[in-house]
Design a protein around this ligand. Structure first.
Ligand SMILES: Nc1ccn([C@@H]2O[C@H](COP(=O)(O)OP(=O)(O)OP(=O)(O)O)[C@@H](O)[C@H]2O)c(=O)n1
Ligand SMILES: C[C@](O)(CO)[C@H](O)COP(=O)(O)O
Length: 224
């Protein structure tokens, strides 16, 4: 397959209610730089010519300028407004894509991602159409319902991460489907549209910064 454009749709359109911070978590600083700075840098390190599509709520526009000045060399970046749910935010980001590309959809708050994982996902998508990073479950699992709870075999499950990476011709048509609350990630959207999903090895450290404890963990890794 000839060399393809690479586009990272970085979704940061959420409100971060579980973090409970005054500043939205995607703009909080770690090691003197906004969380999104670290996320964007991992993609630029993996592929210096990558195009970044950053999805943020209109209400957070004031945070864009400080983010841009945090880079020595500002990235080539398209800014798009977020939607009501993650699905709608991703859809707004995908609307900017007009030519064939490898598309990474990544949670802006997964700032600990390594450039190696970005490259692994790209190679997987080029080989199989999509690549979804996943890690094994460390804890015991129980299935809970109204009747009680039951131990389940954890080896049958995986924890799913981002960047969920696709050839654009597979991902864009899938996002024309009507929204379903079961669409918690891009793999679920593409699968409903008929795609076979391919997992690649994720990273333990690629956490989604959700609560204050996650921020403390991120500081350990990213503080210089
Ligand atoms: N309408 C939305 C909701 C979420 N996201 C993004 O999807 C990623 C994963 O969501 P999560 O971390 O759960 O973010 P929030 O929705 O901001 O958090 P909370 O549920 O605590 O409010 C985040 O990068 C978030 O900004 C988005 O772009 N648009
Ligand atoms: C996409 C995701 O990060 C994969 O684990 C996750 O599904 C996002 O869920 P959220 O409820 O929107 O945070």
């Amino acid at each position: 397959m000839p060399d393809r454009n690479k586009i990272a749709v970085i979704v940061a359109g959420g409100s971060g209610l579980r973090m409970g911070s005054a500043i939205p978590k995607q703009f909080m600083e770690i090691g003197g730089k906004p969380v999104l700075h670290h996320t964007i840098n991992a993609f630029r390190t993996a592929y210096p010519d990558i195009r970044i599509v950053l999805v943020i709520p209109e209400a957070h526009s004031a945070f864009i300028a400080p983010l841009l000045v945090s880079f020595d060399e500002p990235p080539s970046m398209t800014i798009v407004h977020g939607g009501e749910t993650r699905f709608h935010s991703v859809k707004n980001g995908l609307a900017t894509i007009t030519a064939p590309a490898v598309v990474f959809v990544h949670d802006g708050v997964r700032a600990l991602i390594s450039p190696e994982l970005v490259r692994r996902c790209c190679e997987g998508a080029l080989a199989k159409g999509n690549a979804i990073p996943a890690i094994e479950v460390k804890d015991s699992l129980r299935e809970v319902d109204d009747e009680g709870n039951l131990a389940v075999d954890r080896s049958r499950f995986r924890i799913i991460q981002t960047p969920q990476t696709f050839l654009s011709e597979q991902l864009l048509p899938a996002f024309e489907q009507p929204y379903d609350p079961l669409f918690t990630d891009e793999a679920s959207v593409a699968e409903r549209f008929g795609a076979e999903i391919h997992l690649v090895e994720g990273e333990e450290r690629n956490i989604k910064i959700t609560r204050p404890l996650d921020l403390a963990i991120a500081e350990v890794f990213l503080k210089k």
